[in-house]
Design a protein around this ligand. Sequence first.
Ligand code: H79
Length: 437
Amino acid sequence: MMTSDEIRLARTERTEWFLRDRFGMFIHWGLYAIPARGEWVRSVEKMDSQTYQAYFEAFHPERYDPQAWAKTAKASGMKYAVLTAKHHDGFCLYDSKLTDYKSTKTPCGRDLVREFLDAFRHEGIKVGLYYSLLDWHHPDYPAYGDRHHPMRENEAYKNRTPDFENYLAYMHGQVKELLTDYGRLDLMWFDFSYDGMTGETWRATELIRMIRSLQPHVLIDNRLDASGEYGGSIKSADPLEYSGDFASPEQIIPPAGVVDARGCPVPWEACITLNNNWGYHANDPMYKSPKTVIRKLIECVSKNGNLLLNVGPNAKGEIPAESRRILAEIGDWLTANGDSIYGCGAAPLEKPEWGRYTRKGNRLYAHIFEESVGPVNLNGLAGVIKSVRLLADGSELTLVRPWNTAEFRADAFINFGTPEHFSYPLPDDRATVVEIT
Ligand code: H79
C-alpha cells in the first residue's frame, strides 16, 4: 500500500518531462477511417458486427508511413504522441496474441503500433498508447442496456450473460502485452469510465500495480475513474494508486487550470480535436485556424497545462492535408517562440487584457493577442524590468512612459512603434511574444 504522500511524490517525479514538453499529438486511427464518419460511427449508427466486419476485411492502408507522421509531429513542435492501440470498437492496431481482431489479420497485415513506436522514437518523440476500457467487440463486454454500446437495443443481446471477469482478464492481458512486448512506453492513456463502470470495476488497483511493476516510469491518465471532465479522484486530498498522473479534460480548457482539494496544482492535459472529430471524417470542414490552436496552446501553458492535439489519419494512412497545413503553421510559430512554451507554466500575475503570460524561472513571456492603440501596458511591472525583447528575433523593444498616463505609476509600457507614433501593427498576429527579464 502506498500512502497518498508517496502517490503524490511519485506523480511529481514521473510528470517532470510531461510538464516540460507541453505539446503532444493524439492519433485516432482504426477501421472507422473507412466509413469516415468519426470513431463513434458503430455506436451512433447502431451497426451490428457483420456490418462493421466489412471494414475489417477491407482495411488496407497502403500509404501508412509512420516516419512521415513522426516528421510531421516533430516539425509541428510536438514532443510526444499517443496512438489508439485499441479504440471502443475493440479493433487492435497491434499483433495481440489474445485476439484475432487485429491489424495483422486484415489485408493490411502490419503491426501498426510497433511501426509507430519505432518511427516516433527515432525522431526523439516520446511515445504513448491509448487503450479503450470499453470494448464493443468482445463478447463478454456488457452490451444490452449500456447507453453507448452499438447493440444496446438489440433483442438477441438481451438474454446474453456476459462474463465480465473474462473481459477483465482479456483487458489486463492486452495491457500487459503492450507493456511487455513493445519496449519503453512513456504514457498510457485509458478511456473511459462512466455510469458506475469506474475504478475497481476495472480492477484498477491491480491493473496499476501490474503496469508499475513492468514500467514504473510510465504516465497514466485519470480515466480509470473519470471520463472527459477534469475531475475524478486525482483531485481529492488523498489520491489513490489508480487516480492517475494527470487530469484529461476533453474538448475544453479548464477556466482556472486544475488544482486538488488542498489547492495544489494537478498536472493536466487538454485533448482537443483539429476539426470536430477524433477519427477521420470525410465531411467535417470545421477546422480550427492555426492562430486559434496557437492561442489555445498558450492558454493551456498559462494555466500549467498541456495540449494534446488530435489528428485522424484516413483509410489510406495519411494525416489529412488540411491538418498538416495547420500543424505546419503551428510549427513555424513554435520554431520562433517555443522558449515561451516548453518548460513554461503559469506566471504569478493576473491575466492581462491584451493576452496571456507564461513563465520559466525568472523569465516572463507576454503573449500579446490584441492590437493596441498606444503602447502595451505591463500592469504593475514598472521598476522591476531589466530587459524587454521580441522573442522571435531577439530584438530589443523600448519601454515608454506616455505623457498621459501619470496615474499608472506602477506600470511599464512596451512600444512597438516609434517614439513619435505608439500605435503599430503587432509583428505576429497569431501571438507576439515578448521576453521580459
Ligand atoms: O477517443 C476520443 C473519443 O472517442 C472518446 N474520448 C476521446 C479522447 C470519447 N469522446 N466522448 N466520449 C468518449 C463520451 C461519449 C460521448 C457521446 Fe457521442 C455523446 C456519445 C454519444 C453522445 C460524441 C457524440 C460521440 C458520439 C456522438
